[in-house]
Design a binder for this molecule. Structure first.
Ligand code: ZN
Length: 264
């Protein structure tokens, strides 16, 4: 009897909390998943002077994307498929942001088949499977782009890659937020008027895109953020400033939130 009555009290408390916060079960049980695209053992593209690399940048700032999403009332999980960081500043940032460390890094050409759709193989698959396990609302793979190892003064057009069937609207929403708040805007990032566009990746067209394809099969919108070039001086100068980096991360979060609000 005691147990029953305690259960009833707990349910009532939960209902009251939901009513109070306005957070629905659907919003909290299907999180947005953010993936730190690279790993401690393979840090992705870096600036020619070594000042920035993809893995460390997003380990430091993925928490800011998450904060923008959570503050709008949606749940969010950050995942990294690589090994846990040992560098103190990175480890502290990841701990503060609640990064889920899967400790299954891609090593060189080693790529995993999806546990859900084994016909799809690709780097990033461990994170894609994790998102499918959680029935994620969507997945954002956080990367920085590069076109070579030497400095350039004019960046190419920014890209948001998306999975073909489900990712387009999400990608467009993040593009829109970037145009409004970051690219060639006052206080934003100089972008030589190059703009930003969506690039869908088709199933079967690129073996390395198997992770995006698996998410498409599961009906989960997925995008890859590739709109900042670490070999471009203007871009690197912008993102090395902490305030700017947070603004960039928040803008990605806003793009995701705007898309979520159109789904509800
Ligand atoms: Zn990358």
């Amino acid at each position: 009897m005691m147990i029953l009555s305690l259960k009833k009290k707990c349910s009532a408390l939960l209902l009251a909390l939901v009513a109070l916060t306005g957070v629905s079960d659907a919003a909290s049980s299907h999180p947005v998943v953010l993936d730190i695209g690279h790993q401690s053992t393979s840090r992705g593209a870096g600036a020619p002077d070594g000042s920035v690399n993809e893995y460390e940048f997003w380990s430091m700032y993925a928490g800011e994307v998450k904060a923008a999403i959570e503050e709008a009332g949606y749940s969010c999980v950050i995942v990294n498929r690589g090994n846990a960081p040992t560098k103190i500043a990175i480890a502290e940032a990841c701990e503060a942001a609640g990064v889920v460390q899967l400790n299954r890094p891609d090593r060189g050409a080693k790529r995993y088949p999806s546990t859900h759709y084994p016909e799809h193989i690709g780097c990033g698959m461990v994170s894609a499977d994790y998102a499918i396990d959680l029935a994620a609302r969507c997945v954002v793979f956080l990367h920085l782009n590069s076109v070579g190892n030497s400095w350039s003064t004019t960046p190419p057009r920014g890209l948001i890659i998306c999975n073909r069937r489900h990712g387009n609207a999400l990608a467009e929403s993040v593009c829109e937020a970037m145009r409004r708040d970051i690219l060639d805007r006052p206080g934003g990032m100089p972008n030589a008027g190059k703009g930003i566009s969506v690039l869908p990746r088709y199933i079967g067209s690129q073996p390395s895109a198997g992770w995006m394809n698996a998410l498409d099969e599961a009906g989960i919108p997925a995008i890859v953020f590739e709109a900042v070039y670490v070999n471009n001086r203007g871009h690197v100068t912008f993102i090395r400033n902490d305030t700017n980096a947070r603004k960039l991360a928040r803008t990605i979060g806003t793009g995701v939130v705007n898309w979520l609000e159109n789904q509800d």
